[in-house]
Every structure is written in C-alpha cells, then in structure tokens.
Design a protein around this ligand. Structure first.
Ligand code: HEM
Length: 505
C-alpha cells in the first residue's frame, strides 16, 4: 500500500495538472474580462476574454493575402461605433471622438502596445513609444524645429538631388528598353531621401540598384512583427527582448554602423568648429539641427542623437514608400488619370521653374498649386493603410466619456485604427474602398461651402499621421517628398502596367 499511492499519483497527476491549468486559465480570463467593466460594449465574443483574437486577426492580414481589408475595416458597421476588441481594449470608429481620445484636453498616455516600438539593444527612448505626455514633451521639444515648415526649404535641394538620380536610372532603362520595377525603385528612393535629409548622405540604394544590405526587407519584416506583437506586449518581452537571446545576437546591422560612423564624424567636426553649431543658423540636415540642439538641451547626448537620426529613416522611409506604391498601382490602372495629371502639371506655370527647360525636379511651391495632384496624394494616404498598429491610449483615473455617451472606465485601452477610419462610408462615400481621387475635388453642382464642408469632414476623419501632440513629426517632410516626386516624374514619364516608363512625347 505504501508504495502504490505514489504510483497512482504519478499516473494521473499530469492529467490533473493539465485540467487544473486549463481551469485556472479559464477562470483568470473570465475574471479579468469582468474586472475590465466593459460588458456594455459589443464585440466578438472571444475578444471579450483574450487578446489572442485580435492578434490572430492581425496575423491573418500578414500571412494570408487579405490586402488592406484588415479586421478593423471588416468590422465597420458590424458592432456600431464602439467595439470591444480585447478584455480591456476598445476600438472607436466615430470621427467625433478623435479630439476626445487624442486631443490636448485629455492628454491620455500611450497604451501598452507601443512597447514593441522600443528598439532592442538600446536604452534610448523612441519618441513614438514614450508613454506619458510630460516626458514626451521633454524629448520632442529639442527636435521639433528641424521638422517645421520653416526648415523644409533647406531639405529641398537634397530631394532634388535624389530625384535626379532616380531620373538617371529611369532614363537608362528607357534607353535600353528594359522594364523597371517602380515599387522597388521608389523604395530605394524613399530610403535614400530619408537618409540624405537625416544624415546628409544617402544609404546608397539608388547606386546599388538593390536592397544591398537587407535593410528594406528587415523593415518590412519588422512592420509585420509589430502589427502582430503590439497586441501581445508580454510576448514581445519574452521573445524580442529576452536577455537570453542576446547570446545569439547578430552583429550590428550595416545601417547602424553607417549611422554611427556619420554621427561621430559630424560630432567631431562640430567640436572642431563650434560656430557651425550656433542655434540661430539654418542646418542643412536633421543631424545638423540635432547637434546644434545640444547647446540648449543636455538630454541631446551623442548616443541620443545617433538614435533619433537613425530611427527617422526607419520610421519615415517605409511609410512614404508604401504611400507612393499606392499611387503607382493606381496610376498604372488608370492611364486617363495620368493624362489628367500630366495636363495639370504642364498647365501650371512651368516657365517659373528654373528647371523647366531641363525637365529637372519641380519646385515645391509649384507642385502645391496642383489640385488634382493633391487629390491623388490624399487618396494615396487614405488607401495605403498605415500604420501597422491601432493608435492605443490608456484611459486615466477619471475614466473617459466618448461624444456618443459611452463611458470607458479607468484602465481601459481606447484606440482608433487609421486604415479603417479612412474607409468609413458615411464620411468618404459608398465607394470608400475604391481609389478615387475625385472625391477630393469639387463636384459639378456642388457649392463652395458644401465642398469645403465635405473635404473638411474627410480630412478630420483621416488619422493616417495620427492626431494631437503625438502625431507624426515627419508629416511635412513626407509632403515635400511626394508633391515633388510626382510633379516631376509624371511630367517626364508615363507608367504602364508593365512598369516600363517611357518619356511623354
Ligand atoms: C507617409 C508617411 C508617414 C506616415 C503615414 C506616418 C505616420 C505616423 C503615425 C501614425 C505616427 C504615430 C501616431 C501615434 O502613435 O499616435 C507617427 C509618428 C512619428 N513619425 Fe511618422 N509617418 C510617416 C512618415 C514619417 C517620416 C518621413 C518621419 C521622419 C522624418 C516620421 C517620423 C515620425 C516620428 C519621429 C514619430 C513619433 C512622433 C511623436 O511621438 O512625437 N514619420 N507617424
């Protein structure tokens, strides 16, 4: 007898253990769901109990070709304007609530999903993932000027140089009649432009003609990872941030080696010639502005400067390339729209451009005078579906009442999704899922007042660049890139389905 009891226990204990584990998991999920006090908000049943529902839906978007039709877009109108998408997570579709969630009055902290944006292997705080407003202000202030409208003019020659380089490549392909993959070349261009504006040097994709250091592919994979992992910050800690993985860490990427080299050269130069750091002067690139900011802001240490300059390229280039890709796809499908753009570009006073004779890059002020080009760019932003994550905010101790009266208790995570906000049929029309730049133009018979009101409603609902104090700091720079590149390329080339650019006769 004395021996048989342990033997029986040995035989059944794994089953008991498993049953016990499952039962306690179910109880835990049930209790945490109840404690969130969000039962008054409709949503998919599984989402009420676990974040796995949301993560799985995001994963499907990446691994099954569902295009931009992510779960947030698919759920429009299914559960109403406020939907429970996790035990503590609530997704809002109501444009009226944008100011409440992201505005300056509430100043809600960022939600837990932003943890995945903190770069591994550094203790530096990425601006986008800083949790609270006060710390965020402290870090954004020293660099904000470098992204302002007044600084844009200084970056224009850099963009011009990169446009000329791209034109050189397109001409080469045109001369020997070989097709060119515009999606890829626009990616090379976007990364080189961002690097040039940030560091004063391109990374070299346009010269190499391929993703020579694997950086573009790595960014694409990172984007996919973030879109899933932001739903499970806990798993991110176990995987990407696991200290054990450091044992198998690969050597630093070529890009970070490049970033460190440029920054240390420029810092050495600034030490030799402190005058070049004067706060009042204009700085030729973002790095120059960041180095100059050291004088007034001690938190701008050398490592911080390297980090923010490098993350600029990572944050900016991928999204800009994706927006351009939306445009190129649509233009190849609609030759008549290309023709319309071409006529508009030609009709704007080209003689005012010094480059008009040489077919060089278009000046920004002229590109901004093209309403149809503006409509195409707005529509490209709307369609490409960035960013990868829901824009989460944490509801503070006072709770939050949304404009439609729905109350969210403290500790809830409230968010909007930029891609789905851009697809709302009551704002953008029943054809919201179709690429149609005309929606941004005044319609025949539409009064000025009605047009401005309709356009304002659309612009307000688009949160592709976020909203409020945490909105995209690089928006002006992207605008500069996109207006200039299209106003230039579409004056010279027609883009066909085969991706073969041919000069306009
Ligand atoms: C089409 C291109 C782009 C899109 C759609 C985009 C979108 C966004 C969005 C949605 C956010 C965050 C909003 C939030 O979390 O609430 C953001 C933040 C940010 N973006 Fe962009 N972005 C683009 C290009 C750029 C570029 C070119 C740069 C750099 C020059 C840049 C730098 C940043 C930075 C540093 C932040 C963090 C800002 C902060 O927290 O204060 N982005 N962007």
């Amino acid at each position: 007898m004395a021996l048989s009891t342990p033997l029986i226990l040995q035989a059944v204990s794994p089953l008991y253990l498993l049953a016990g584990f499952l039962l306690s998991t179910v109880v835990y999920l049930f209790v945490q769901s109840k404690r969130a006090n969000l039962d008054h908000i409709p949503g998919p049943t599984l989402a009420k109990y676990s974040n796995i529902w949301r993560g799985y839906r995001a994963w499907r978007l990446n691994h099954h070709t569902e295009g931009v039709n992510n779960y947030q877009i698919q759920m429009i109108g299914q559960y109403g304007d406020v939907v429970r998408i996790g035990p503590k997570h609530v997704l809002v579709y109501d444009p009226e609530a944008i100011d409440t969630i992201y505005g300056f009055r509430e100043r809600l902290d960022k939600g837990p999903g932003y943890k995945v944006f903190v770069m591994t292997g550094t203790d530096q705080t990425a601006l986008v993932s800083i949790k609270d407003e006060k710390t965020h202000g402290m870090y954004r202030r020293p660099i904000a000027h470098a992204y302002s409208l007044s600084s844009l003019k200084g970056y224009e020659p850099y963009i011009d140089q990169m446009i000329e380089k791209l034109i050189g490549e397109l001409d080469k392909h045109d001369a020997d009649g070989t097709p060119i993959n515009m999606t890829r070349w626009l990616q090379y261009w976007a990364f080189d432009v961002m690097s040039k504006i940030s560091f004063g040097e391109p990374i070299g994709f346009l010269d190499h003609g391929d993703d020579f250091n694997g950086m573009i592919q790595a960014q694409r994979e990172n984007f996919r990872y973030i879109s899933v992992a932001n739903n499970f910050p806990f798993l991110d800690t176990l995987t990407k941030r696991n200290p054990l993985l450091k044992l198998f860490k690969k050597k630093p990427s070529m890009f970070f080696t490049f970033a460190r080299r440029v920054v240390s050269e420029r810092l050495a130069q600034a030490t030799k010639d402190p005058e070049s750091q004067s706060q009042g002067g204009r700085h030729e690139d973002l790095l120059g502005s960041f180095i100059a900011a050291r004088k007034s802001y001690p938190l701008m240490t050398d490592i911080r400067i390297t980090h923010i300059t490098a993350t600029n390229v990572l944050a900016g280039a991928n999204n800009s390339a994706r927006a351009m890709d939306a445009t190129i796809h649509w233009l190849t499908a609609h030759p008549e729209a290309q023709e319309r753009l071409y006529s508009e570009i030609k009709s704007v006073n080209m003689s005012a451009m010094k480059e008009a004779e040489t077919e060089g890059p278009a000046a920004l002020e002229l590109a901004l005078k093209m309403p149809y080009l503006d409509a195409v760019i707005q529509e490209s932003y709307r369609q490409f579906g960035a960013p990868a994550n829901n824009l989460e905010r944490l509801v503070g101790d006072a709770g939050l009442t949304l404009p439609n009266g729905v109350h969210l208790p403290p500790g809830s995570v409230v968010c909007m999704n930029a891609a789905s906000m851009s697809m709302l049929p009551h704002v953008f029309g029943q054809d919201a899922r179709v690429f149609n730049p005309d929606r941004w133009m005044q319609q025949r018979g539409e009064s000025d007042e009605a047009f401005h009101e309709r356009r304002w409603r659309m612009q307000r609902a688009m949160i592709v660049f976020g909203h409020g104090s945490r909105s995209c700091i690089g928006k002006n720079i992207v605008q500069l890139e996109l207006y200039k590149i299209w106003a230039t390329l579409l004056r010279i080339y027609k883009v066909s389905n085969y991706g073969v650019p041919c000069p306009v006769s």
